[in-house]
Design a protein around this ligand. Structure first.
Ligand code: NCD
Length: 333
């Protein structure tokens, strides 16, 4: 898909689609974080606030999702917006072969904001380009996941004890097909953070992205051993291997009982309780979730594991984004 370049936010989110972290500046991130603070306080005090009572949000998910889907719906409902199309696209005309452009042009007639997840890189930009209401990218294939990057940023800021320019985030797992580390590392690069990439060689962070990280002022290192990252990084960002994004021949290999590429790389970087004993006492463990087998359940009670708090930050960030694209704020002036 040839994706058009999305418009810069440049201090004003109203009416704009959020497709890529490339649209977002440090000042824009400040706006989102201040708004998210106000949303968190409002949630705590009132549960729900009627900021988007007159608006309708349409989640359009062409890929499985638990957190992103539910947090957007919860965010919309926390702002008392209506939500349409909750059943997932398998029940809609997409299953009959409707093209993306027609679906989003239809949904914009029913809703004020679209939230879309799609398996194709660039699909969010294409969809945003043909409609007149804001579209928020909830993940486009192995491309980007800008709202996850913003919630990751908020989580890091909450737990960080250093300036971001001195902070090391080690992204462990599938940096090739995964979209979360691409968006997070590009966003944190604007603050001069250091990104370490720990992946099986076949799943390394693409050169195009490491170039962009460096152009933005971030530092990049490829690290081979998980132990090194556990000793010296400030945040360890674990990720699953994106099995569904491997080329089709892997399915064929499995059918014939041959090891697929996925089988060969899947268990290379797993966190264990033993590794956690040798890890830095101050490291924080993050994960965009879902996990497959990268982190055993026993680590959840380790105070260094912050991935469920990370999940919660998604609610406040998505409340903030929904309000901002509608030109609303929970900040009392
Ligand atoms: C991630 C995604 O969809 O990219 N999940 C999420 O949104 N929190 C990570 C993944 O699927 O591995």
């Amino acid at each position: 898909m040839t994706a058009p370049t999305p418009e810069l936010i440049a201090g004003n989110f109203e009416g704009k689609s959020i497709v890529s972290v490339d649209q977002i500046s440090v000042q824009d991130i400040d706006i989102v974080m201040r708004e998210a603070d106000a949303m968190e306080a409002a949630k705590l005090q009132h549960g729900r606030i009627g900021l988007l009572e007159d608006k309708i949000v349409a989640p359009l998910f062409y890929e499985p999702s638990t957190r992103t889907f539910m947090s957007f719906v919860s965010a919309a409902k926390s702002l008392m917006a209506g939500v349409v199309s909750e059943r997932g696209v398998n029940y809609s005309s997409v299953a009959k072969g409707e093209i993306l452009e027609d679906t989003v042009r239809t949904v914009e007639r029913y809703a004020d904001v679209l939230v879309m997840r799609h398996p194709t890189v660039g699909s969010a930009a294409v969809a945003a380009n043909v409609i007149n209401v804001p579209l928020i990218n909830a993940g486009d294939g192995s491309g980007e996941h800008p709202t996850q990057a913003l919630l990751d940023f908020r989580t890091i800021q909450k737990y960080n004890t250093k300036p971001l320019a001195e902070t090391v985030v080690a992204y462990v797992g599938d940096n090739k097909y995964g979209r979360t580390s691409k968006s997070a590392a590009k966003l944190l690069a604007m603050y001069g953070a250091e990104a370490w990439f720990v992946s099986p060689e076949e799943l390394a962070m693409p050169r195009e992205i490491t170039d962009q990280i460096e152009e933005r002022g971030g530092k990049v290192r490829v690290v081979k051993h998980l132990e090194e990252a556990l000793e010296a990084a400030d945040f360890l960002y674990m990720m699953r291997i994106q099995k569904e994004r491997f080329p089709k021949q892997n399915k064929v290999a499995r059918m014939f009982g041959r090891p697929s590429q996925y089988d060969q790389v899947k268990d290379q970087y797993l966190l264990t309780e033993e590794l956690m004993r040798t890890a830095s006492p101050t490291i924080k463990i993050m994960h965009p979730l879902p996990r497959v087998n990268e982190i055993p359940l026993a680590i959840d009670s380790d105070p260094r594991a912050i991935y469920f708090d990370q999940v919660e930050q998604g609610l406040y960030v998505r409340m903030a984004l929904l309000a901002l694209v509608c030109g609303r704020t929970a900040i009392k002036s």
